[in-house]
Design a protein around this ligand. Structure first.
Ligand code: PMV
Length: 317
């Protein structure tokens, strides 16, 4: 095989689940939005010999990489097998601005950018279906039982209304409102949280199934409120979802504290986002000024970082 001579690239962005995390694993709808302030770029440069990887967590030979990179090892294996090429002669560099294990879709975004870079490196066409397939395998390794929502939104420019194994609906959200996203600084535990919620749902002695169905109903309501531009009511729905997520054991003290602080300081609603048990929280406010004030309050309440994300068309309020 001729060694490619050019640098290949692939990119993707993070995601924020507005509502429906965990219940989406159990076939309820969820709404997620692209989080384009946090991106990942993967570069592949041609070298002679091994496959080397340079990431925040590991630098060295791909074949000696720790188990935390098994999703990428498997992706490399699957893609090269599919393309009928050998996995060699590559220097892979991962530049990610998406905090890992914070419910922002880091693993799906890195896998998406990596598959895109590999197809670019070997100069082959990549269809949506194939990308989905490879990222799905990587996500199964990273998450155990992924719904597929992360894979779908990290490459979407629009908000998505997602139901597992159904065609994803893309829709424009033009809400005159902002999300303040706050990072607890704690790594989430998506794989364990998903497994534990699965046990609750399977155990008929608990209300697990009922809570999941209630989250599904709230998500359908949330979509209506977005379409009707009813920001206040959307906020209330988000806070109701947080109560159910707490019942499902996927919140924790740090998230509860940030949610309480957001509500205390005027947010219309607040909840965890993503897998939970750490990671990030989102709070809904109407104006950019409110978002800035709330972001400061959340730092006082021990968030290590905040972002302000407009849900409407402009960025500056
Ligand atoms: O923690 P994240 O960013 O991977 O989000 C996971 C969302 C879940 O609904 C908890 C799992 C899934 O696969 O949908």
């Amino acid at each position: 095989m001729k060694i490619p001579t050019k640098r290949a690239t692939g990119s993707a962005h993070g995601k924020i689940i507005l509502i429906g995390e965990h219940s989406v694993v159990h076939h309820q709808p969820a709404i997620a939005i692209p989080f384009t302030s946090a991106t990942v770029d993967v570069f592949i440069d041609p070298i002679i010999g091994d496959v080397l990887i340079d990431s925040l967590y590991y630098k060295g030979k791909m074949k000696e990489a720790p188990a935390s990179l098994n999703n990428l090892k498997e992706t490399l294996h699957g893609v090269t097998l599919y393309l009928g090429v050998q996995a060699k002669d590559m220097q892979i560099t991962i530049n990610s601005k998406i905090p890992a294990e914070r419910g922002m879709g880091s693993s799906a975004a890195v896998a998406t950018a990596f598959v895109r870079a590999l197809f670019d490196y070997f100069d082959r066409e990549l269809s949506h279906g194939l990308l989905n397939q490879f990222v799905g395998v990587a996500e199964k390794i990273a998450h155990g039982n992924p719904s597929g929502i992360d894979a779908s939104v990290v490459r979407s420019d629009d908000a998505v209304y997602f139901i597992r194994n159904q065609k994803t609906e893309h829709f424009d959200s033009h809400l005159p409102a902002y999300l303040v996203i706050a990072d607890t600084g704690q790594e989430g535990e998506t794989i364990h949280a998903v497994a534990d919620v699965g046990k609750l749902v399977a155990n008929e002695q608990t209300d697990g199934r009922k809570w999941i169905e209630e989250l599904g109903r709230l998500t359908i309501e949330a979509r209506k409120k977005i379409e009707e531009v009813k920001v206040n009511e959307l906020g209330q729905i988000l806070t109701q979802a947080q109560v159910l997520l707490k019942n499902l054991t996927v919140s924790n003290d740090a998230l509860d504290q940030l949610v309480a602080s957001a509500i205390e300081h005027g947010a219309l609603g607040a909840k965890l986002t993503g897998g939970g048990r750490g990671g990030c929280m989102i709070a809904l406010v109407e104006t950019f000024e409110q978002a800035e004030t709330l972001a400061d309050k959340l730092i006082e309440a021990k968030a290590i970082k905040t972002w302000i994300h407009p849900l409407g068309v402009d960025n500056n309020g």
